[in-house]
Design a protein around this ligand. Structure first.
Ligand code: BTN
Length: 248
């Protein structure tokens, strides 16, 4: 039996399920909290299970990239969710943005770059990665928040685009607690409210953007959560997923 399976058996014996953040499994070092949470979900861990790590040796980012953070200085967490809403990527970003605002009290609003990059002062302070088995009605939501380091501590090509809260290490726990609270709130909100909150923070709106398939001017988020882009001929296209870059 693997370590994860054993932990799960103990939890099932306690018969507590469906609380966001419980059970909570913390690793000093993990390959990736998403990988650990996916394994637990496959073994039948309950929705709400939270996996955190002080350090990841193979942190996963979107688009097959790596996610890096100095050991003990970031919130690295993954949650198992059941029947997640279609707008999960957007609502995760909103929840993180609210937490960042509450702990860092920045002078400017925290913005969201579709679908789920959280932008503080022009740099990416947090990101999320959703993986899972929609056909089995569960998903893993992985979130990384740069809490207690300077972007200069990251490799230059990542640090250049990154931001950090630059708080004490002790703030990681505060960020984690508040994040669970805000996620709980936004998971209970209507599609209309999620879309409205995202649109208020949409950093791509009216910006020149490019993606693998073309370029144009971002014209907002449609009701399905897709990014709409106006092409030079006036035609509008919807991007359902993927990566968009600001021109220039
Ligand atoms: C992105 O590229 O923006 C997504 C980053 C997601 C990183 C987090 S860190 C905790 C969790 N475990 C992982 O391996 N990835 C996510």
């Amino acid at each position: 039996m693997t370590g994860s399976a054993e932990l799960l058996r103990h939890w099932q014996a306690l018969n507590c399920t469906h609380l966001l953040g419980l059970p909570h499994i913390h690793y000093r070092t993990a390959d990736s909290t998403n990988a650990r949470a996916l394994e637990l979900a496959e073994l039948g861990a309950p929705a709400g299970t939270l996996v955190t790590a002080a350090e990841q040796t193979a942190g996963r980012g979107r688009q097959g990239r790596e996610w890096q953070a100095p050991a003990g200085k970031a919130l690295l967490c993954s949650l198992i969710l059941e029947r997640p809403p279609q707008l999960l990527p957007l609502l995760a970003g909103i929840a993180i943005a609210e937490v960042v605002e509450s702990v860092a009290e920045p002078t400017e609003s925290v913005l969201l770059k579709w679908p789920n990059d959280v932008i503080l002062g022009g740099g990416k302070v947090a990101g999320s990665l959703i993986q899972g088995r929609p056909q089995e009605a569960w998903t893993v939501l992985g979130i990384g928040v740069n809490v207690a380091f300077s972007p200069r501590e990251l490799p230059a090509e990542i640090g250049r685009h990154a931001a950090s809260l630059e708080l004490e290490r002790a703030s990681i726990e505060v960020v984690q607690r508040r994040l669970l609270e805000r996620l709980g709130h936004w998971l209970g909100q209507s599609t209309t409210n999620v879309l409205a909150a995202f649109r208020q923070r949409d950093t791509l709106l009216d910006q020149d953007v490019r993606w693998a398939g073309g370029s144009g001017v971002a014209s907002g988020i449609d009701d399905s959560g897709a990014l709409t882009v106006k092409l030079s001929g006036g035609e509008e296209v919807s991007l359902q997923s993927g990566e968009v870059h600001l021109e220039g």
